[in-house]
Design a binder for this molecule. Structure first.
Ligand SMILES: [Zn+2]
Length: 624
């Protein structure tokens, strides 16, 4: 904050020929009050930095001869504050009055309206003038006004981005059909525009380019827009973090390939876990960064950090949408262990299967005696990290807390070994038929396993990317097996694999049955809460207080002061309402995966038919 030195009795306003406005005090000090920077300029003392030299030089040339603003006619609307100042001796009174008006936030025009532009810029000017004159603004007013101005800017930016995108589409629509080969055209479209639709539409609509230069220009704009939008978009994307259709790929794009640390950090913050569990935030950030590095070690197409972020978000929203979060099924420590288990569950995955490790007699296979080879490594390597202070996220845990945390994480991650799939399902089915409550570690292990194989239950475009990535990883393993003289694992021969058929089998025999058991399990757990609560007299449910159970905090990155843009986050703020109305609570768990599993399977059936036809054609062609 700027301080006036000495006794200020005389204030003069000047405007230079570039339209900038200066305040000159009788001690010779000058301020530029026309911009947002508001630099204090000492007329007589030269500064050493280059920028200041330039500023002082400008003043030396123009300062003394500046026409006082009182005689100049400024049309700029942004000068309105100063326009008011010139008509009175007591400029502070006017600024003070304007500052008072900052408290009025009702009846402001919507941020995307034209009027909002003028009003928010006026208010910013008032804030700047008040800061210059050391007039106190209430923090609340400052925050709310800055927030409003930010909303206005975002609205303008969105408008502009939309306009640019439309311009882009226009540019691409003029591609001369035969001027460039299709491949080049696709490359141009993909590299230099925001829109992928041009590629898909190509066969029906003949498109042309005005010029490559225009496309490149558009590309540069894309780049800068993407940068500016990134922060905003991350916030928007995170609003769907509770949803089954969450698009981890676009979050990964917007976070520059760092979606694991963003999703991880967001979820921890959302439940205020760093605070509640005394997790050092720097250690958490370092740990997440190490996780990302471990996941990137072998450059796997599938078992990479996006998969980890996907499994993390999936397990989170399965629990969230089951209604169990509201019932405080998990303690903070258990929720934290669940997040960490998901985060580390494929840490340093080699992109090859356990069987490959066993067959090739790799070091890890020898270390873990061919049993849950990779899963053991994931857990072990992650816990080794925790021994280093910089990464130790559990340094403040008591030994009991650590013991329970470690137990839960080990149970969960080891259960992601696909070879234990049928045993796990069988055990859970028998537990479901018994009246006893289900052990939390067993339940969480099944949810993690389901999240791990959940992609066929996601919307087709997401499922398709995962399928392609997994196939690519399989084929790479196949090539390695060939190299080593090992028999090729199923689905790993690039020349000879039925992708569609494999997914149909996967959905029908593995994914669907797992999700049915998991859904039933969640319902059983949910019912146990409702029944036990309704048996109790309503005021005495002491076991579940907010203090020990995870409830969402307001600490998400979604900008909480911004109520208008926060509609979806309303869900996040769900608080345990269970205490007062035990009978009205749902005991049915929504299963959004069912429809997707069905429609994706149907889609693969069609693809399989085509695969068969292609194969038949190939056979006919090969016959003499
Ligand atoms: Zn996995």
């Amino acid at each position: 904050m700027l301080q006036f030195g000495g006794d200020v009795t005389e204030v003069k306003f000047y405007q230079n020929n570039r339209g900038r406005i200066f305040v000159k005090l009788n001690d010779g000090t000058m301020f530029d009050v026309s911009g947002a920077t508001g630099t204090k300029r000492h007329h007589h003392h030269r500064h050493s930095s280059k920028t200041n030299k330039a500023a002082v030089a400008t003043l030396n040339n123009e300062g003394e001869n500046l026409p006082p603003i009182f005689s100049s006619k400024s049309k700029s609307a942004s000068n309105s504050v100063l326009t008011k100042l010139r008509s009175t001796n007591s400029s502070n009174d006017i600024i003070e009055r304007d500052v008072t008006s900052l408290t009025r936030m009702s009846n402001l025009p919507a941020p995307d309206s034209f009027d909002a532009l003028q009003i928010s810029s006026d208010r910013l000017r008032t804030i700047i003038a008040a800061l210059h004159c050391n007039i106190l603004i209430r923090k609340d007013d400052l925050v709310r006004n800055l927030d409003y101005a930010a909303n206005v800017l975002e609205a303008v930016h969105q408008d502009e981005t939309k306009r640019l995108m439309e311009e882009d589409d226009g540019a691409l629509s003029e591609i001369e059909p035969d001027s460039v080969p299709n491949e080049v055209r696709d490359w141009l479209a993909m590299t230099f525009t925001r829109s992928m639709s041009t590629i898909k539409n190509r066969p029906s609509e003949k498109k042309k380019f005005k010029s490559v230069a225009q496309a490149i220009r558009a590309g540069i704009m894309v780049d800068s827009c993407a940068r500016y939008l990134r922060r905003l978009s991350i916030d928007i994307k995170f609003k769907t973090i509770n949803e089954w259709t969450f698009d981890v790929f676009s979050v990964n794009e917007f976070t520059n390939g760092q979606c694991l640390r963003y999703v991880g950090f967001e979820l921890m913050q959302r439940y205020n876990l760093p605070n509640k569990l005394r997790i050092p935030v720097t250690a958490l950030q370092n740990f997440l960064e190490q996780m990302e590095m471990g996941y990137s070690k072998y450059r796997n197409p599938y078992h990479n950090l996006i998969h980890a972020a996907d499994v993390l978000q999936t397990i989170y929203q399965i629990i969230y949408n089951s209604g169990l979060m509201v019932e405080n099924w998990l303690t903070d420590h258990e929720l934290f262990a669940t997040f960490i288990a998901a985060i580390i569950h494929d840490f340093e995955h080699t992109g090859t299967s356990n069987n490959f490790h066993i067959q090739s007699r790799s070091d890890v296979a020898l270390t873990y005696n061919d049993r849950a080879v990779l899963e053991n490594h994931h857990v072990s390597a992650a816990f080794r990290l925790l021994r280093i202070d910089d990464y130790n996220i559990v340094s403040e845990f008591t030994s009991d807390e650590y013991k329970n945390f470690r137990h839960l994480v080990i149970e969960m991650v080891l259960a992601t070994d696909m070879s234990s799939h049928f045993t796990q399902l069988k055990t859970m089915r028998s537990l479901l038929s018994m009246p006893e409550n289900i052990e939390k570690s067993k339940a969480l292990a099944l949810i993690l396993h389901c999240a791990d194989i959940s992609h066929p239950g996601k919307p087709w475009p997401i499922h398709q990317i995962w399928t392609e990535s997994l196939m690519e990883e399989f084929f790479t393993q196949g090539a390695k097996e060939k190299e080593l003289g090992l028999p090729c694992s199923p689905l790993c021969d690039r020349e000879n694999t039925l992708v569609a058929e494999s997914q149909i089998g996967f959905i029908q025999y593995i994914v669907e049955p797992s999700f049915i058991v998991m859904g039933d399990m969640l319902e059983k757990i949910l019912k146990s809460f409702v029944v036990s609560d309704s048996e109790l007299p309503s005021p005495s449910i002491p076991g579940r207080s907010n203090a020990t159970s995870p409830t969402p905090s307001g600490a998400s990155s979604g900008g909480d002061s911004n109520a208008q843009n926060d509609e979806q986050n309303g869900q996040d703020r769900q608080l345990p309402s269970s205490m007062t109305t035990p009978l009205a609570r749902p005991t049915v768990v929504r299963r959004p995966w069912s429809d997707y599993l069905k429609s994706n399977r149907e889609r693969w059936l069609k693809e399989a038919e085509e695969e068969r036809r292609r194969k038949e054609l190939k056979v006919i062609e090969e016959e003499p």
